[in-house]
Design a protein around this ligand. Structure first.
Ligand SMILES: [Zn+2]
Length: 176
């Protein structure tokens, strides 16, 4: 018999596929919409780069929002996700955010995915996906969210493209 199995037949041999991770909750969707509104409000300010806004949630509660502060703080590491994580950990008085969810209006970059993992966050919901925005937002463009997911040992679940149509115009070009 043939030893070559196509993926569909292999999947059939192994039984049903693993269930999809839980889709974004109503509270997560509401918080992401709030983040998108904040990002759009930032983006219309004269001289401002497109707004990127992130949030950290515990259950249905938003622990912190954060916006990109790279230019405001003259610090290339002050991405919205880093700011939100820092605010959440300081508010809680601990660096362990296990059980929390990270939200962002834009797919987190490599640095922010690492920060998410260092904080123990295992759930990520974001709007604009890497393949739909300008390349400037990623410094390791050959690596995709699926690569990070696999490299982490599937230590986090991710939902990208949520309300994506509401933000893509913000991140379409390379203007600062
Ligand atoms: Zn980042």
């Amino acid at each position: 018999m043939s030893a070559v199995l196509s993926f569909p037949s292999l999947a059939g041999a192994l039984g049903p596929a693993a269930p999809d991770p839980a889709p974004p909750t109503a509270a997560e969707c509401a918080a992401l919409r709030n983040a998108i509104e904040r990002a759009r409000a930032i983006s219309v300010r004269p001289g401002r780069a497109p707004g990127i806004v992130a949030a950290v949630m515990a259950g249905d509660e938003v622990l912190a929002y954060g916006e990109n502060e790279v230019h405001a703080q003259c610090d290339p590491t002050r991405h919205a996700e880093v700011v939100a994580i820092a605010r959440a950990t300081r508010a809680l008085g601990r660096t362990d955010l296990r059980g929390a969810t990270l939200l962002s209006t834009l797919q987190p970059c490599e640095m922010c995915l690492a920060a998410m993992r260092f904080a123990g966050i295992g759930r990520l919901v974001f709007a604009a996906r890497q393949e739909c925005v300008h390349r400037k937002y990623f410094r390791f463009p050959a690596l995709r969210i699926t690569d990070f997911h696999e490299a982490s040992g599937a230590a986090f679940v991710h939902h990208g493209g949520v309300f994506e149509g509401e933000v893509l115009d913000l991140y379409a070009d390379g203007d600062e």
